[in-house]
Ligand binder design. Sequence first.
Ligand code: GLN
Length: 486
Amino acid sequence: MSLTDKTAADLLTLQAKGAATAAEITDAFLAAVRDREPKVRAFMLVDEADARRQAAAVDAKRKAGQPLGRLAGVPVAVKDVLCTKGVRTTCSSKILETFVPPYDAHVVERLKAEDAVLIGKTNMDEFAMGSSTENSAYQTTRNPWDLARIPGGSSGGSAAAVAAGEAPVSLGTDTGGSIRQPAALCGIVGLKPTYGRVSRYGLIAFASSLDQVGPFTRDVTDCALMMEAIAGHDGRDSTSVDRPVPAYTASLNDPVKGLRIGVPKEFFGEGLDAEVGAAVRAALKEYEKQGATLVDVSLPHAPYGLAAYYIVAPAEASSNLARYDGMHYGYRTKEKADLITTYSKTRGEGFGKEVQRRIMIGTYVLSSGYKDAYYVKALKVRRLIKGDYDAAFEKCDVIMGPTTPTAAFKAGEKSDDPLAMYLSDIYTVSCNLAGIPGVSIPCGFTKGGLPIGLQLLSPPFDEEKMLRIARMYEAATDWHTKRPKL
Ligand code: GLN
């Protein structure tokens, strides 16, 4: 097996045994990037020389017998929505084409402190708005399992990079499903932490009450490892919660006894592809085989999740994106004009179609005449959705269902139909509205060879148990060991 087929945990073991150096590992992944990028197009930027320099520093530390971080010598790809000091950060938007942040995001600092090797920035839907990466102003990332299809979005580049073996692990962000949905469509693990578990400092804001940073990995063990690295309190994000970070990797192989799995009927209704539904039901059977009990639960307000999300998220986006005015940083129209015209030309030329659509929806639902009818109503629905989850978790430890209604769709198939695109998040958005954690793990393939994801949702700050539950299934199956042929 080549180095690029390994997990981060494998790579750490190889280095500890002296069987590989950080330099060799980094070179192997950089070679894979060179080889596969023309097909996959997962990266916005790769800095080979800088990656090699970081790897050499790790090897030197090891040689000198200095203490090493928990990700020492592990290459990591980072979504281009996270600020990286001195490294261009575009959000895959034209408006930030030349933006070079003067500081690192908290999670990037954490990766560096753990001696990870940052190899590059990944492609995404512009400002994380989308489900296919087709809204990037620069390129469309392809699904490594079928290059005619999309990898999901908005963190499609980060998901495709891991699935393609261009990086063993990566970071994405999830506002309405942007980690879990692409993880499912690319056949890997993707976790959205509890709101407040991971600092958003240095994450370029889309919808601040929903955004969370989380890992993409090949298996649950690496996911636990990444969570240990990035979770924890940070005073620079006022929503960051000061709560100890469990040793997620330590308990991972302890199966949960007397496990009760909540199965909401709302996740198995109209619109669910038959093959996806069958794979998820088979996964539930596997849990039953291991002694788990399936419990019927109901999330009666789930059908309103998408509608509420597409009011709350654009409302917050319209406010967050007001800062891009061509004055402070980023793109400015070439046209010489008065102030107001400069603003509108800059934004008209700098933002893509979907971002403009969201800003218009957002300002509309917040406007004085309509805010009670839309924004305030959506907040009430959000509260009811949270209440549904609270009630459901009284009867079960975890909720399970499909991550997405279908497997990966073809590039171009939904790009002219925003509503069809929005529907791909039907099972993921309510988790963000409720602030709870969720993870998608591989649970099979369609007859056509496309990956399918199983979604696990847990009570707030219950990531440790959620990962143990995910590991129970993974330990009994081999979906996570499959690699696409590229
Ligand atoms: N696809 C959803 C949207 O377009 C979710 C995006 C995300 O989680 N960043 O808003």
